[in-house]
Design a protein around this ligand. Structure first.
Ligand code: F6P
Length: 466
C-alpha cells in the first residue's frame, strides 16, 4: 500500500479476533466496545485491520484472505475452521481465559486440547498477517484471544513497534496462577513493546504477577517490566466512546423515533434500562434480583415503573452462556408472573440488538440506566447512557463499582452488583433524586465521557507505542 503524501504518520495495522461487527447484534455497546473503538481508531488514518471474519470455512487454512474497504477502513479477514472455532474461540478464549479473567474460576475449563488450538490459531494469524506488515508499520494487537501473537510475529523476524491492549480485566495473581502454563502465556506478552490495560487496578495486578511470579524487574512509576534483557512498558489507557459520532445521534430521525416509541409504549411509567451482551459477567440475573427486591419493598411503585433489558445473545455454543440464558428467562418469567397485571408487565426482556441510533433514543427515554457487571474491563454502555441524556432533565446511572468505568464515573450511583439490597436501594435513590442533583452528577460525568473519548485513547496509546 502507498504512503499518504500528506503525512509522515506510520501506517497502523490493527489485529483483533473480531473484525466485522456481527450484523445480527447491532448495538455497539452491547456487542463489546472493541469493534466500535477500533473502527473509530482506523477511520481517520491510513491502516489495515486484520482478523477473523466470524465465518466458518476451511479457506483460512489455505491462506485465503478477503480484503475490503468499507467506510474508509480496509479490512483483511480470514475464515476459521470448525475445529479452530471450537478449540480457540469457544474453547480456550471463551471457556478458559474469559471466565478466569472475570474472576469466575468456577466456570473456567482447563483443557489441554483447547490450549493447543489457541496456540495453533495464534500461529496461523502470525503466518497470514506477517506478509501484510511493512517495515515501518505500527502494529496494535487486541484482546485475550491473541495474547501470544506478538511473540509469534517476532519469531518471524518482525522488528516493528508492536503493542497489545487487553480489553478485559487482569485478575489478581492468586487467581491467575490457577491457569496451567500461566508463566508461558505471560512471557509471550513481554515480547510486545507496550501492553495496555483499561484501569490501574488491572495494570497493578499484572505488574504484581510479573514481579512475584516471573521475578521480573518492575518499575511501578514508569510501568517498565524487564525480563531476560528485554523491556516492555505496561500502562493503563481507559477506553472511551466516539463522542463526536455518538453525541450527534440524537439529531437522527431513527433516534427520535426510538425515543418516541419507548415513551409511547410506557406512557406515564418511568422506564429503567439495561443493555448488555448476554454474558454472565454482566450481572443481569443479579440485577433482576435487585429489581425484584425493590418491588418487594415498594410494591405500590410497581405500576409507575418498567424495566427494559436488552440482551442480544452471545457465544451461544458455550455451555455457560446457554445456562445464563435459561437462568434469565426463569427469573424474568417469575417476576413477571407474580407481579404483572392484565394491563401491565414490569420487565420487558428482549433478546436482540439495536442500532446505535435506536439505542440512543432508548437511553434518552429512560430515567434510570442500570449497568451492573460483576466484573468488567471498562463498559462502554455506561458511557453511552450518559452521552445520550438530555442535559436539562438527565437520567441517573446506576453503575457497578466493579466496572472499569466506575473509576471515571464516580458521580453515578455506585453499587455492589452482588447485593440485591444495594441495587434496590440505588433504584429508590435514583427515583427520588432531585433535578439539581441529577444535573450536577450528569455534568461531571458527561465532561469525562466527552474528553476521555476513543480518539484520546488511541492517541495516548499510539504516542507511547511510537
Ligand atoms: O471487549 C471484549 C470482547 O471480548 C471483544 O474482544 C469482543 O469483540 C467483544 O467482547 C464481543 O465478544 P465476541 O467477539 O465474542 O462476540
Amino acid at each position: 500500500m502507498e504512503r499518504s503524501p500528506l503525512t509522515d504518520t506510520p501506517r497502523l495495522v490493527v489485529i483483533s479476533n473480531r473484525v466485522a461487527v456481527p450484523k445480527a447484534r447491532g448495538a455497539a455497546g452491547a456487542q463489546g466496545g472493541l469493534a466500535g473503538a477500533l473502527h473509530a481508531a482506523l477511520k481517520d488514518r491510513e491502516g489495515l485491520w486484520f482478523g477473523w471474519s466470524g465465518e466458518e470455512s476451511e479457506s483460512g487454512r489455505t491462506g485465503n484472505i478477503d480484503t475490503q474497504t468499507n467506510d474508509g477502513v480496509t479490512t483483511a479477514t480470514i475464515d476459521l475452521s470448525q475445529r479452530d472455532i471450537e478449540e480457540y474461540y469457544n474453547g480456550y478464549a471463551n471457556s478458559t481465559l474469559w471466565p478466569l479473567f472475570h474472576y469466575r474460576l468456577d466456570l473456567a475449563k482447563f483443557e489441554r486440547e483447547t490450549g493447543k488450538g489457541y496456540e495453533r490459531v495464534n500461529e496461523r494469524f502470525a503466518e497470514l498477517a506477517a506478509p501484510l506488515i511493512e517495515n515501518d508499520d505500527v502494529v496494535w494487537v487486541h484482546d485475550y484471544h491473541l495474547i501470544p501473537l506478538g511473540e509469534r510475529l517476532r519469531s518471524r523476524g518482525l522488528k516493528n513497534r508492536i503493542g497489545f491492549f487487553l480489553h478485559i480485566p487482569w485478575p489478581a495473581t492468586r487467581l491467575f496462577v490457577s491457569l496451567p502454563y500461566h508463566e508461558r502465556l505471560v512471557r509471550t506478552m513481554l515480547h510486545y513493546d507496550l501492553v495496555g490495560f483499561q484501569t490501574k487496578e488491572w495494570l497493578d495486578s499484572f505488574l504484581h504477577y510479573c514481579r512475584t511470579e516471573l521475578g521480573a524487574e518492575v518499575d511501578e512509576d514508569s510501568g517498565s517490566v524487564t525480563l531476560d534483557g528485554r523491556t516492555t512498558l505496561a500502562r493503563a489507557y481507559p477506553i472511551g466512546i466516539d463522542w463526536d459520532h455518538f453525541s450527534k445521534l440524537g439529531e437522527t430521525g431513527e433516534a427520535r423515533n426510538a425515543q418516541q416509541r419507548m415513551m409511547a409504549s410506557t406512557r406515564r411509567r418511568i422506564s429503567m434500562i439495561g443493555v448488555d451482551r448476554l454474558d454472565y459477567s454482566k450481572g443481569i440475573p443479579e440485577r433482576i434480583d435487585g429489581i425484584g427486591r425493590f418491588f418487594d419493598r415498594e410494591p405500590e411503585r410497581i405500576r409507575d415503573l418498567v424495566f427494559v433489558q436488552i440482551a442480544p445473545p452471545s457465544r451461544e455454543d458455550v455451555q455457560s452462556y446457554q445456562e445464563i440464558r435459561e437462568t434469565l428467562e426463569q427469573k424474568c418469567g417469575q417476576i413477571n408472573g407474580a407481579r404483572s397485571e392484565v394491563d401491565m408487565v414490569p420487565i420487558r426482556y428482549v433478546n436482540r440488538g439495536y442500532s446505535h441510533e435506536e439505542l440512543f433514543g432508548f437511553f434518552r427515554a429512560s430515567k434510570i440506566g442500570l449497568v451492573t457487571p460483576l466484573r468488567d474491563g471498562m463498559n462502554l454502555v455506561a458511557k453511552e447512557y450518559v452521552a445520550a441524556q438530555d442535559p436539562d432533565d438527565p437520567g441517573v446511572l446506576i453503575l457497578s463499582s466493579f466496572a472499569g468505568a466506575a473509576l471515571q464515573l464516580q458521580d453515578a450511583v455506585l453499587v455492589n452488583p452482588h447485593s440485591p439490597d444495594d441495587i434496590a436501594h440505588a433504584i429508590r435513590k435514583a427515583l427520588d433524586m432531585p433535578l439539581d442533583e441529577r444535573k450536577a452528577r450528569y455534568e461531571k460525568m458527561v465532561a469525562s465521557v466527552r474528553d476521555e473519548n476513543v480518539q484520546a485513547w488511541t492517541a495516548d496509546f499510539l504516542r507511547d507505542l511510537g
